[in-house]
Design a protein around this ligand. Sequence first.
Ligand SMILES: C[S@@+](CC[C@H](N)C(=O)[O-])C[C@H]1O[C@@H](n2cnc3c(N)ncnc32)[C@H](O)[C@@H]1O
Length: 192
Amino acid sequence: MTDKKHGHVHHSKSTKDILSADKVLSAAGLKSGDVFLDAGCGDGYISIAASPLVEGEGKVYAIDVYPESIEIVKKDVQKKRIKNLEAIIADLTSEIPLIDDSVDLCVMANVLHGFVENGELDKVLPEIKRVIKLGGIFSVVEFKKIEGLQGPPFEVRLNPQDVENVLIKYGFEVTETVEVGKYHYLVNAVKN
Ligand SMILES: C[S@@+](CC[C@H](N)C(=O)[O-])C[C@H]1O[C@@H](n2cnc3c(N)ncnc32)[C@H](O)[C@@H]1O
């Protein structure tokens, strides 16, 4: 979706019907006790799935710029009596309200292509890198670059190589790229 003033408009639609949160979290390597950041969480279904997996010392931060999405996450958290998940309205292109080196694993699912399209990587990637611990992981999930009814238009979709190049450019070390389900792939990268 595009409009003349804002360029690519990030699709606010959840991918929960076509992308398994458990598959994403397993491929990303989420562990008990991790501090987990869901960057551009939408309705937060990946964050909700992460919550029991980090139990104990762990914590989940679900961040989105869209207040209605955060409202949905907060309602779900209340309904399910989740104690270790904080849903926060924040703009990833300005400041992530977390301290330096505090996140073990950040998943950004179906969001990066929009930042590429809008030329916002210089704002977002250094912020993501700032909040991830040394040795922590940044996992980017994107729609495969194929024609599809759901998801961004073909020309906006990224190849795994495009995502890897972005991560390398911003100082991450790419460790693996794997398929997650029929329509998506995930690229894992370490902050060294
Ligand atoms: C396609 S949705 C993906 C939502 C979720 N990650 C998923 O896979 O279902 C993209 C999300 O990124 C959020 N987003 C876009 N730009 C953002 C920004 N600058 N800061 C924070 N969130 C942003 C949108 O509000 C939207 O919820």
